[in-house]
Write a protein that binds this ligand. Structure first.
Ligand SMILES: Nc1ncnc2c1ncn2[C@@H]1O[C@H](COP(=O)(O)OP(=O)(O)OP(=O)(O)O)[C@@H](O)[C@H]1O
Length: 287
């Protein structure tokens, strides 16, 4: 692909694209020099540490393709891509990958058990990681970390996604690209997993269709792609209001509960009372 003119640099503390197009790799040899379909003509944005960014846009607009360019799976045709070294950035895709091996291997992949031990990592640590993704019951259910099974057949969709999230906690990257990787996880557990990831100091680039995840991010990148007319950028990057603190969330939850109670219990009581008063008044009037 001799028309690939872009460069990729390893940096410490950010993921950045400068005038990088998102181009689908061509299938036929003739167009391999030019690339295939251009999904986004030119991307320029940077995600620094703690600038958790939610990436959204319609189906087939190019969100996963952007992740593939950042991951180095697709070429940087033009411009400059800056990414941390591979041990500092982690990718989780829509489909959970489960290697052949033990239950432990599912959490530590691509580390081997020997690497885990050499790094001084312990099973107690794996248990605390499983707790974060609500899978603390798994070693007990499956007969321990050494158990080997066809995990793709044994685990439910949500369990597969949570074990991949556990893998991210094990590897402790500085950045993570999360491509719709919790869509089978219930929203409450998903929220807690995101909170733990942020507490662990991982900067998130989340691709999702779930607006509920906005609360864990400080910016939103909306890809508009081909819908965009003229020379407008084919994406829109906006800052979001700072996510609510735990205390603010609890206060709001309590307020919502109180309002629900008022609507469900007190309002019907008031209506009954109003009817009674009206009936009494009309009785008096007719006397
Ligand atoms: N390997 C590939 N070869 C050819 N075309 C591809 C390839 N991967 C993606 N595409 C095409 O590129 C376009 C963008 O796909 P992409 O997966 O990036 O979309 P997306 O925004 O992540 O969509 P969704 O929200 O549905 O997951 C689609 O039209 C898709 O068919």
């Amino acid at each position: 692909m001799s028309n690939v003119h872009g460069e990729t640099c390893t940096v410490d503390n950010r993921v950045a694209l400068t005038e990088v197009p998102i181009v689908v790799p061509p299938t036929d040899t003739l167009s391999q020099l030019e690339g295939g379909d251009v999904l986004v003509k030119s991307f320029t944005f940077a995600v620094g540490e703690n600038e958790h960014t939610l990436i959204s846009g319609g189906n087939g607009i190019g969100k996963t393709s952007l992740a593939r360019v950042i991951a180095g799976l697709w070429p940087v045709w033009q411009g400059k891509l800056e990414v941390p070294e591979s041990s500092d950035i982690f990718y989780l895709s829509q489909r959970a990958y489960l290697p052949i091996g033990s239950l432990r291997d599912q959490v530590i992949y691509p580390h081997s058990y020997a690497q885990m031990k050499a790094a001084g990592r312990t099973e107690a640590e794996l248990m605390s990681i499983l707790e974060k993704v609500h899978l603390l019951y798994l070693p007990g259910r499956e007969g321990g970390f050494d158990t080997r099974k066809e995990w793709k057949d044994v685990l439910s969709g949500g369990e597969k996604q949570r074990i991949c999230f556990a893998r991210m906690f094990y590897h402790r990257p500085r950045f993570a690209v999360l491509d719709d990787c919790t869509n089978a996880v219930s929203s409450d557990v998903e929220d807690r997993m995101y909170e733990s990831a942020i507490q662990a100091g991982i900067t998130l680039l989340t691709i999702t269709h779930r607006p509920s995840l906005l609360r864990h991010h400080v910016r939103q990148l909306i890809i508009t792609g081909k819908e965009t007319v003229g020379s407008q950028p084919q994406y829109n990057l906006t800052s979001l209001a700072q996510p609510a603190t735990e205390h603010e969330r609890q206060t709001l939850d309590a307020e919502i509960k109180q309002l629900r109670r008022t609507l469900e219990i007190e309002v019907p009581e008031w209506k009954t009372r109003l009817n009674q008063v009206n009936a009494d008044l009309s009785g008096k009037r007719s006397m």
